[in-house]
Design a protein around this ligand. Structure first.
Ligand SMILES: *[C@@H]1O[C@H](CO)[C@@H](O)[C@H](O)[C@H]1NC(C)=O
Ligand SMILES: *[C@@H]1O[C@H](CO)[C@@H](O)[C@H](O)[C@H]1NC(C)=O
Ligand SMILES: *[C@@H]1O[C@H](CO)[C@@H](O)[C@H](O)[C@H]1NC(C)=O
Ligand SMILES: *[C@@H]1O[C@H](CO)[C@@H](O)[C@H](O)[C@H]1NC(C)=O
Ligand SMILES: *[C@@H]1O[C@H](CO)[C@@H](O)[C@H](O)[C@H]1NC(C)=O
Length: 410
C-alpha cells in the first residue's frame, strides 16, 4: 500500500498547475481485485427498467434489487421509470492503470449526441466529456459517428470494503447545486468527519459536479475466493441476486449480517438444501435449552461452478433470535417526489434506500450512526482535481503508478 502522504503532496502540486474544474475522489490501487460499488444516478428522461440497465450493461434484476424495488411486479423489466428519478446503479469497480474505476460500460451513440450531452445528461455528470474523449482517443469531438461504441469510464472506489473497520460499499455521488456536505452526510446516515476523511478533504466546501465517495454500511459475504460471487457486499436496506438468479441476499434492517434465501424468480436451480439436514437455504431452527438457545442455520456460501454452496452451522446463543426482518420493498416508482433532503435540511434524515422512490411518510430518525464514531478514514484516499486538460489524469495515473512501484511499505 503506497504511503498516502507523498501522493497527497504531489496531487496538491498538480492541482496548482492544472486548471481546476471539479474534484473527484481517486483511490490508487495496485492489484487486479475488483469490488462491488454503486453510482448515484439521476434519470435524464423516462426510461424502462431494462433501458436503464442496458445504459450501464448491468442486469435489470440487479438494478431493481439494489433499489429495493419489488421484482415480483408483473413485467417489471418493462416498467417505465420517471425522468429525474434517483437510482443507485450497482457496478463492478476494477483497477485500471493504478486507479479504481469502472470501464465495463459502453455507450452506442445516437444522432444528435455530443460528448457533453452523453456525459452531463445521459450519464448525469458521473463522467466528463473530456474523460470520454480521452478514454476513446477521439481527436475531434465534434465528429461523432452514429452507432459508434464509446467506453464510458465511471468513477468508483473500494477502500477494501470497509469504513472505520466496518463493512461498507461506496457510492459515487455527483454533487448538485443545492447540496451541502452536511446534507449529504445526513442523507446517507454518515458524519461530516467521515465524509471528509474518506474524500481526503481539507474543508467542507464542495461544488456542483464534484464527485464524492460516500460510504454506505453494508453486509459483507465471506465466500471463498474461487466463488464467482466472491466479495459480494450488499448495502443496508437493499437486496442482491446471485447464483444465476437462484439466490437472493438481503441486508438489514435489524443487523448487518448478510441473509440469503432462494430467490422467488422462476428459474431452474441446483439444490439449495443443506447437506445432512432437511433445512433449505435461509432456514433457521431454534431450540431453547438450559444453556441458552441452540440455533441451527442453513446459509449460503457462494456460487461455485454452477453449484450453490450451502453450509449448516450450529451455535449456542444467549437468546433465541426473533423472526427474520427484511428491508422493505417498494413498488416500481411512477413519479418523482421532490426529496427534501436534497436541500440543506435543518433536521437530518436517514432514509437509506428509500431515497430512490416516492415516499408517503418520513420516519423520523437521527442522522448519525451511534456505531460509527468519527475516526480516520480509509488509507490511500486522495482528493484529485480534474482539469480541462485531459492529460492531467494521465499524469496523475503515472504518478500514482510510480509511487505504488517505489514505495511498497513506507
Ligand atoms: C481489508 O479488510 C479485511 C477485512 O475485510 C482485513 O482483514 C484486511 O486487513 C484489510 N486490508 C487492508 C489493507 O486494510
Ligand atoms: C440499516 O437501515 C435501517 C433502516 O433504514 C436503520 O434503521 C439501521 O440503523 C441501519 N443500520 C446501520 C448499521 O446503518
Ligand atoms: C425453509 O426455507 C424455504 C425456502 O425459503 C421455505 O419455503 C420454508 O418455509 C422454510 N422452512 C422452515 C422450516 O423455515
Ligand atoms: C443443537 O441442535 C442440533 C440439531 O438440532 C443438535 O445436533 C445439537 O446437539 C444441539 N446442540 C446443543 C448444544 O444442544
Ligand atoms: C470447476 O470446474 C472445473 C472443470 O470442471 C474444475 O477444473 C475446477 O477445479 C472447478 N473449480 C472448483 C472451485 O471446484
Amino acid at each position: 500500500m503506497p504511503n498516502p502522504k507523498p501522493i497527497a503532496f504531489i496531487l496538491i502540486f498538480i492541482n496548482v498547475v492544472a486548471l481546476v474544474t471539479s474534484k473527484s475522489t481517486i483511490e490508487p490501487c495496485s492489484n487486479s481485485d475488483s469490488c462491488n460499488a454503486l453510482l448515484a444516478y439521476t434519470l435524464y428522461t423516462d426510461l424502462k427498467v431494462s433501458e436503464v440497465a442496458s445504459l450501464f450493461q448491468i442486469d435489470p434484476i440487479a438494478l431493481l434489487t439494489a433499489n429495493a424495488i419489488d421484482i415480483s411486479y408483473p413485467d417489471v423489466e418493462n416498467h417505465i421509470l420517471p425522468s429525474q428519478l434517483f437510482l443507485k446503479i450497482p457496478i463492478t469497480c476494477s483497477c485500471v492503470d493504478g486507479i479504481r474505476k469502472s470501464v465495463l460500460t459502453h455507450y452506442k451513440t445516437r444522432p444528435s449526441d455530443t460528448l457533453t450531452s452523453i456525459a452531463d445528461s445521459i450519464y448525469s455528470g458521473l463522467v466528463s466529456a473530456d474523460q470520454i474523449q480521452e478514454a476513446n482517443s477521439i481527436d475531434d469531438p465534434s465528429v461523432l459517428d452514429v452507432g459508434q461504441s464509446l467506453v464510458v469510464p465511471l468513477p468508483c472506489t473500494c477502500f477494501n470494503g470497509t469504513d472505520n473497520s466496518l463493512p461498507a460499499i461506496y457510492l459515487s455521488y455527483v454533487v448538485k447545486e443545492v447540496d451541502t456536505l452536511a446534507a449529504i452526510a445526513a442523507r446517507y446516515a454518515t458524519t461530516l468527519t467521515d465524509l471528509m476523511n474518506v474524500n481526503a478533504m481539507g474543508s467542507t466546501s464542495i461544488k456542483a459536479g464534484d464527485i464524492l465517495a460516500v460510504p454506505l454500511p453494508a453486509c459483507a459475504s465471506k465466500f471463498p475466493r474461487y466463488a464467482s460471487d466472491f466479495g459480494l457486499i450488499v448495502p443496508n436496506g437493499s437486496y442482491a441476486v446471485s447464483a444465476s438468479h437462484c439466490v437472493q441476499c438481503s441486508c438489514g434492517p435489524g443487523n448487518l449480517n448478510l441473509y440469503c434465501t432462494p430467490a422467488s424468480l422462476a428459474v431452474s436451480c441446483s439444490s439449495m438444501q443443506c447437506r445432512n439436514s432437511n433445512l433449505m437455504l435461509g432456514n433457521v431452527t431454534v431450540q431453547q435449552s438450559s444453556a441458552g438457545c441452540n440455533v441451527t442455520s442453513c446459509s449460503y456460501g457462494g456460487y461455485v461452478n454452477g453449484t450453490i454452496i450451502t453450509s449448516l452451522s450450529v451455535s449456542l446463543q444467549p437468546r433465541c433470535p426473533g423472526p427474520r426482518q427484511f428491508p422493505p420493498l417498494v413498488a416500481p416508482p411512477t413519479k418523482v417526489i421532490r426529496d427534501a433532503s436534497f436541500a440543506p435540511a435543518p433536521a437530518p434524515q436517514s432514509d437509506g434506500s428509500g431515497t430512490s422512490t416516492p415516499k408517503t411518510g418520513v420516519v423520523p430518525t437521527t442522522g448519525s450512526l451511534p456505531g460509527l464514531p468519527p475516526a480516520s478514514g480509509p488509507i490511500g484516499s486522495t482528493s484529485v482535481s480534474f482539469s480541462v486538460n485531459p492529460s492531467a489524469t494521465l499524469i496523475i495515473a503515472a504518478v500514482l503508478f510510480f509511487l505504488a512501484m517505489v514505495s511498497p511499505s513506507l
